[in-house]
Write a protein that binds this ligand. Structure first.
Ligand code: FPP
Length: 236
C-alpha cells in the first residue's frame, strides 16, 4: 500500500473528557466511557481508510489505577468487550494489535485476551493499533534505563555505547516510528505522561470536543490541520 506523504504515518491520541461529557448530560461517568469506546471504533475505521499505519490510543494510564474501583473495573470491562468483539474484525481487516504499558498489572482476563489477539494478528500489515494500558511515559523510560544499566553492569555494553537509538530500542515502542501527530481531546493542553520520549517532534493538535463526541470527521479535520502545518513548513 502506498501511503500519501501528507498523511501522518503514526497518530497518537489522548482520549480525554469522557467523564465531563457524561456529567454535562447528567449521566454516570461510565456512560461517557461506553460512548467513548464507540469513538474508538470510528477513529480506527477512519485511520484505516486514510492509510495511517500506526494508531496509538491512551486507553488507561498508570495514574488511572487511583480512580474508584468501580470505575477501574468498568473500564476493564469495556476493554474486554472491545477486545472480544473486535478480535475477528481486526484479523479480517489485517490490523495488528499491540499493547504497551505495565500489562502484567491488568486483570488476568484482559491479559489473556490481549495475548491471544497479539499472537493472532502479529503478521498483519494494514495498520498497527497500539493500546497504551497501565501506561506511563516516565515508567517506560525508567525501565529502559534500568535495562541498559544492567547490560552495562554485566559488561555487555559500555556507557559510551548508549545513544538515542540504543535507548529507543529499549522502549516498548521499539520498532514503531515516532508519532507524527498527537491529538488530545477536551481542550486540555497537557501531555499527561504519554509517550514522553516518542512525541519529541510530533505536531500537537488540541481539539475542544470531549472524546465521546470525537468521530470520523474530527479525525479528518485533525489530519487536515496537520497537513496545513506541513505545507507551511514546506514553503519556508
Ligand atoms: C479519559 O476521560 C478517558 C479515559 C481515562 C479512558 C479512555 C477509555 C475509553 C475511551 C473506553 C475504552 C477503551 C477502548 C480502547 C475500547 P476521563 O474519564 O479522564 O474524563 P474527564 O477528564 O472528563 O473526567
Amino acid at each position: 500500500m502506498v501511503t500519501h506523504p501528507e498523511i501522518p504515518r503514526h497518530i497518537a491520541i489522548i482520549m480525554d473528557g469522557n467523564g465531563r461529557w457524561a456529567k454535562e448530560r447528567g449521566l454516570p461517568r461510565l456512560e461517557g466511557h461506553r460512548v467513548g469506546a464507540e469513538s474508538v471504533q470510528e477513529v480506527l475505521e477512519a485511520s484505516i481508510q486514510l492509510g495511517v499505519e500506526y494508531l496509538t490510543l491512551y486507553a488507561f494510564s498508570s495514574e488511572n489505577w487511583r480512580r474508584p474501583a468501580t470505575e477501574v473495573s468498568a473500564l476493564m470491562g469495556l476493554l474486554n468487550r472491545f477486545l472480544e468483539n473486535k478480535a475477528k474484525e481486526l484479523d479480517r481487516q489485517n490490523v495488528r494489535l499491540i499493547a504497551i504499558g505495565q500489562v502484567d498489572r491488568l486483570p488476568e482476563k484482559t491479559r489473556v485476551l490481549i495475548e491471544r489477539i497479539e499472537a493472532r494478528t502479529a503478521n498483519h500489515t494494514t495498520l498497527t493499533l497500539v493500546l497504551a494500558l497501565s501506561y506511563g511515559g516516565r515508567e517506560e523510560i525508567v525501565e529502559a534505563a534500568r535495562s541498559l544499566a544492567s547490560d552495562a553492569a554485566a559488561g555487555n555494553i559500555s556507557a559510551s555505547d548508549i545513544d538515542a537509538e540504543l535507548f529507543a530500542s529499549r522502549l516498548q515502542t521499539s520498532g514503531i516510528p515516532d508519532p507524527d501527530l498527537l491529538i488530545r481531546t477536551s481542550g486540555e493542553m497537557r501531555v499527561s505522561n504519554f509517550l514522553l520520549w516518542q512525541i519529541s517532534y510530533a505536531e500537537i493538535v488540541i481539539v475542544k470536543k470531549y472524546w465521546p463526541d470525537f468521530r470520523h470527521g474530527d479525525l479528518l479535520d485533525s489530519v487536515e490541520e496537520y497537513k496545513r502545518r506541513h505545507r507551511r513548513f514546506g514553503s519556508l
